[in-house]
Design a protein around this ligand. Structure first.
Ligand SMILES: O=C(O)C[C@H](O)C(=O)O
Ligand code: SF4
Length: 514
């Protein structure tokens, strides 16, 4: 087992940086289905570019490298204690090398362990099997999409869909609703794993296990295959689209599994995975620990770009279809009041990151720097330090809605003029944008390599005591593009898409499976 640790390290790097071929194919198909000139189409192009960049840079596809979850099958007699130790060291090494973000945080104190090791992290499930090899699979599922997981307890009344009973049709309603409730916040277009039955814990486990299936496999249970096909056909009619911008493609995959339940319980558990669907696996020689084969198709065999002609065509449509406004920080009130939903804004100058810990802190403390006219980026980057200083390795947006309780007050208190994030914010923030004169810009969730390139220098950092993802990084920025989705005139694209998709959801009320 001399090579076991190295093999696990290679698996981690591959999973974090190279989206598998079966996932890429589905994203390619979504690009074909979506009109390229729309916001959703352009977002899918950015996503495709980002996937390629991550592979080339051998850097994380998304800055949130998620909860590392391993499922390991071993022959009888293999030493699982040693394997666990070696998986843990491989995780720590991949973190040190910037392939994983420091993502393990003490739930009570907020302290980041710095190496992705801690109570409950990483997650490792062992199973014995009768085969001779070791099968190690890994999924890196980020926090934003994890927050959109949902569990239903049947029978119940489902908003928009009415009564859902303990039958296939009730399950259908749960699944349709689960896609609706995620909106763009889990970085749609997404994949769902569904677990029918079990208890609350095993139901979610079953749902997550479905995400280890290949995107192109077929369910062996005929009713479930039918259900999967129904969902794939109809969830896309909700019109939520990539990033919740509205569009043809909302769901990229649906896999349903079933297990027994207790007579009193009937859970339908849904694990929502963003487009950055990072899972891979290796088959190892049980003697040496060397990799014999990879389990899912390699991303490198499925390039995302269609070539130069395609890019040129895209550039032309982009220019024709959208209003582009270049702004230099600090922004004035006039700058932002002139913007409206749909505009593309290109930011140059300094911007500052700030997410959960900072919003909480700023409510009753001063800011370490003058934030008047500033651009605040909801982002927890992957950073690496060398002799020359800090470098941004991956830096896409995080889900903004978590800051809803604070954002409006913070905008007013510090004179912030633009907030960048993803998934949109609620009525309180919208009112503050209007009162104060500020905008909300939606960046493409998960496009962490694409945005990292816009940061030309790390000018400084505050609140390092909150850990790397939660610190406030001051970044020299060039050409950061994002869409205005909430403006200073009371308009919110997110509220609109939510309303429209709810109306569409209501059309799925009538029974389908008898
Ligand atoms: O933690 C992050 O950087 C992003 C998170 O996965 C999210 O989707 O909000
Ligand atoms: S930012 Fe988006 S793509 Fe990245 S882990 Fe979160 S949900 Fe997934």
């Amino acid at each position: 087992m001399q090579h076991f640790e190295q093999s696990v390290y290679d698996l981690i790097v591959e999973t974090s940086t190279n989206l598998p071929g079966d996932v890429r194919k589905v994203i390619q198909a979504a690009r074909e289905a979506e009109d390229r000139a729309t916001r959703a189409g352009l977002s899918l192009s950015t996503i495709a570019t980002n996937i390629e960049m991550a592979e080339t840079n051998v850097s994380p596809i998304c800055q949130d490298t998620g909860m590392p979850t391993f499922v390991v099958h071993t022959p009888v007699g293999a030493n699982q204690i040693v394997m666990k130790q070696q998986i843990r060291s491989a995780i720590a090494r991949a973190t040190k090398d910037g392939k994983l973000r420091t993502n393990s945080v003490d739930s009570l104190t907020g302290a980041n362990t710095g190496d992705n090791l801690g109570p409950g992290t990483p997650v490792i499930h062992f199973e014995q099997w009768e085969k001779e090899d070791i099968d190690v699979r890994l999924i890196l599922k980020g926090g934003g999409c994890e927050n959109k997981n949902i569990q239903y307890s049947l029978p119940m009344d489902i908003p928009g869909l009415g009564k859902a009973g303990r039958d296939l049709d009730g399950i259908r309603k749960c699944i349709m609703h689960s896609v609706y409730q995620a909106q763009g916040q889990g970085c749609s277009a997404g994949f769902i794993g569904v677990g029918i039955g079990g208890d609350r814990t095993t139901g979610y486990e079953l749902a997550k296990q479905q995400l280890f299936r290949r995107t192109d496999d077929e369910n062996e249970i005929p009713e479930l295959r039918q259900l999967e096909e129904y969902v794939m056909e109809n969830a896309n009619k909700l019109g939520i689209g990539t990033m919740g911008f509205g569009g043809e493609v909302t769901l990229l995959g649906c896999k349903v599994g079933v297990m027994n339940r207790l007579p009193a319980s009937f859970f339908v558990s849904v694990a929502y995975n963003c487009w950055a669907y990072r899972r891979q696996g290796v088959l190892l020689n049980a003697e040496s620990g060397e990799i014999q084969s990879w389990i899912y198709p390699s991303g490198s065999d499925t390039p995302m770009k269609n070539g130069a002609a395609d890019e040129a065509a895209e550039a032309v449509t982009e220019r024709a279809e959208r209003r582009e406004v270049v702004l230099n920080t600090p922004l004035s009130e006039e700058d932002v009041r002139g913007l409206k939903v749909g505009d593309i804004v290109i930011i140059n100058g300094e911007m500052h990151t700030g997410r959960d810990a900072i919003h909480h802190h700023l409510m009753d403390h001063d800011a370490p720097i003058d934030l008047n006219g500033s651009v605040l980026y909801h982002c927890g980057p992957v950073m690496l330090k060398d002799e020359a200083g800090w470098h941004v390795k991956a830096a896409g947006p995080t889900t903004s809605i978590r800051e809803e309780p604070y954002q409006g007050d913070i905008i007013k208190k510090f004179g912030i003029r633009a907030v960048i994030g993803k998934g949109g914010m609620g009525p309180k923030t919208l009112a503050a944008l209007q009162d104060h004169g500020a905008v909300y810009l939606n960046a493409i969730g998960g496009a962490a390599q694409y945005y990292a390139e816009c940061f030309k220098n790390v000018n400084g950092v505050d609140f390092m005591e909150f850990g790397i993802p939660e610190a406030m990084w001051h970044l020299k920025t060039e050409g950061f593009a994002a869409v205005v989705t909430m403006d200073a005139h009371g308009n919110s694209l997110h509220a609109e898409v939510d309303k429209d998709s709810f109306a569409k959801l209501e059309q799925f009320k009538a029974p389908v499976f008898k």
